[in-house]
Write a protein that binds this ligand. Structure first.
Ligand code: SF4
Length: 218
């Protein structure tokens, strides 16, 4: 039984879907993580000729189980770009290969009500894959990432998601790890290096977005 909050978000997510569609993204609303997984396997995946796939970092995407399905698909070569057992050199080589796959999956740090995707990356492999290279991109995003406009998107990403991401990753010595606040640092471990904004999808439908009616990721 959907709660009042869920019904509120159903309305907001439908507006978000329409805004994304008007920007030539293909957009689908999912009511929960399980529906997002099913939507991908039953509606999106059959449309695409996918022989290779990879991903950018996204807690939301991991939670859906979509990656598990792709890894078990015998017809798909999945490039692992977050292999803790591999050397840094190997991981970076795979991240470059991942920019040429048929299907790239990830999340988004924010989505505006006007249907723009806003992201901030340390390395740029995630934002690079969204921007150009992979034939198809699928982005899964929780309702908590929807913000009114670009200014609020950048505020959210820089002053909330980025410090949380710095805290999430062990070993990085950024000021925000100690205080939870961004001071626009010049640390060699700075995770805030590149800011692509996807205002529209080109070619139309290349980027598919699944907003989910749940609070997900950071
Ligand atoms: S700019 Fe530096 S202090 Fe600010 S969130 Fe990024 S890593 Fe943290």
């Amino acid at each position: 039984m959907p709660t009042t909050v869920d019904r509120f978000w159903q309305l907001r997510l439908e507006s978000c879907r329409k805004a994304l569609a008007s920007n030539r993204f293909e957009a689908f609303v999912a009511q929960d993580l399980h529906s997002a997984r099913r939507l991908f396997s039953e509606t999106i995946r059959p449309q695409l000729d996918v022989r290779s796939a990879s991903r950018g970092d996204s807690m939301t995407l991991l939670a859906t189980g979509i990656l598990d399905d792709l890894r078990q698909d015998a017809g798909v070569s999945f490039i692992e770009t977050f292999d803790r057992g591999a050397s840094r050199e190997t991981v970076m080589a795979r991240r470059r290969e991942a920019l040429l796959v048929d299907l790239f999956l990830t999340g988004s740090n924010a989505v505006t009500e006007a249907g723009q995707l806003v992201n901030l990356d340390m390395v740029g492999n995630r934002t690079g894959g969204i921007t150009f290279g992979p034939r198809h991109v699928v982005i899964v995003v929780g309702r908590n990432k929807i913000v009114p406009d670009l200014a609020r998107a950048m505020e959210r990403v820089k002053h909330y998601a980025a410090p949380l991401n710095a805290i999430r990753h062990e070993g990085w010595q950024t000021p925000c790890r100690k205080t939870g606040r961004c001071i626009d640092c010049n640390s060699p471990h700075r995770i805030c290096n590149t800011w692509p904004i996807a205002e529209k999808s080109y070619p139309p439908g290349r980027i598919k977005v699944i907003p989910v009616n749940a609070d997900l990721g950071l």
